[in-house]
Design a protein around this ligand. Sequence first.
Ligand SMILES: [Zn+2]
Length: 458
Amino acid sequence: MSVDPVLARLDADLPQALDRLMALLRIPSISTDPAYAGDCARAADWLVEDLKGLGATAESRPTPGHPMVVGHIGEGRPHLLFYGHYDVQPVDPLTLWHRDPFDPAIEKTDRGEVIRARGASDDKGQLMTFVEACRAWIAEHGELPCRITFFFEGEEESGSPSLIPFLNAHAAELKADIALICDTGMYDRRTPSITTQLRGMLREEVVIRAASRDLHSGFYGGLAANPIQVLARILGTLHDETGRVTLEGFYDGVPDTPQEVLEQWAGLGFDAAGFLGRVGLSHGAGEQDRTPLERIWARPTAEVNGIEGGYTGAGFKTVLPAEARAKVSFRLVGTQDPEAIHRAFVAHVERHLPPDVTAEFPLGDGAPATRMDISRPEFEAARAALSDEWPNPAVFVGAGGSIPVAGCFRELLGMESMLIGFAHDDDAIHSPNEKYDVTSFHKGARSWARILGALARA
Ligand SMILES: [Zn+2]
C-alpha cells in the first residue's frame, strides 16, 4: 500500500479536517473544574463518534473522574497504541484572550495561518493529526497498514488521577507493540523531533522551626536562632561552586549521554545566547563542564522554587520568625531514585541544623526519569519518515519536563513509547491565545501517514 495517495488525500481534505478540529475545540472540556464535567463527557462522545466513522469499535469508558476513550481498528502486526488527551487547561484570565477561547478560528499571522482556541495545540490539534492520518489511509486503501488502539485521556491537565487504575484494569486490552504519544513539540519550525528522554521529578518542601513563637529582634536578636537564616544557609549548600549538586549519592544512576546523541545535538546549532537572551539573561548557570542542551535535557538539577518566612508586608517589622519554609524541586535523569534522593535531602538538611532548630519535610514525592530504547527499529523508521516530510532531518531530543504517561506505559504495560509532536514554543499552551499552526496540523497528519506506512514495514 503506497502512502502517496494518502498524502494527496490529506492535502485535498484539509478544509474538512480543520472543520472537524474546530468542532472538537468548541467543546470546553476543562478537566480541573467540576462545572465542565458534562463538557468533558461530550468531548469524549464526540471522539467516539469520530472513531466509529473510521470503522473503529470505540467506547467512552467511565472512570471515577472523566471518561477514557478507547477504540480499536485493524488486526495483525504491528499493533500501535496511540495516546492523546481531549481535556484542556482553564482559560483564565479571560481578558487576555483576543477572542472567545472556545470559538475557534483560523487567523493570519506573520508566521502563517494559525488555529486559535484553547486546546488547539495541547492537545486536541495534536491528537487529531493522528486521527486524520488514519482517516486518509482508510479512505484511500480501505484499511490501515497497522493495527491501532486509540486511547484518549480526559484528565491529563488535572493530574491523571484515573490513569494508573485504568491501565491496570485494562492492561491486556491496551498493551501494544509500541505506544505513540502526540503531546510534544518540534525542535524548530523546520526540524521535527522524537523525544527520547524525559527528566523525572522530586518535589520537596522543608519547614525550619526554632523558637515556640515569633520573637522581637530587640529582645532576642543575637541570642535566638533565626530560621530564615538557617534555611538560607542550608539552601546555599545544595550546589558547589561548579554548579554540581552536593547531596550524597545524587549522581548515582546519572548516565553519560550517548556519543551519537551528543553529536546530533551538536549538529542542531543550539543558540544558547539567544535562548537566554529572550528572557533577559546572558550567562548559563549550572554545570559549567556540560553543554547548554545537555544541561536542560539530560542532566539532573536542584532548584529552589519558593521561600517563605517572616514579615514581607509594607513597612517594617523587626521580627525573628518562628519558622521559615522553602520548596525545592529536583529534575531527575537516568535511574536516579527519587526515594534515595529524598533521603539524601533530609540527611543533608538535618546535618546542617544548629541546636534547637528542627526541620520537617511534608512532601518528598516524585517520579523517576524515562529514557527510550532508541535501538528499537521503530525509532529509526519513524525518524526517516519524519525526515521525508520536513525540510530538515528529524532528531532525537531530550525534554526537561516530564510526560508521566510514558513512564506509566512502560511500568504498567511493559510498553515503550515514541513521543512525536508538532507543537511550537510560541503555541502559548496553558496560556491565553493558545494556537496551533495550520502547517503543524496539516504536515503533522502527513507525518503520521508516513510513519504508519514506515512502521508497517519496520
Ligand atoms: Zn498536553
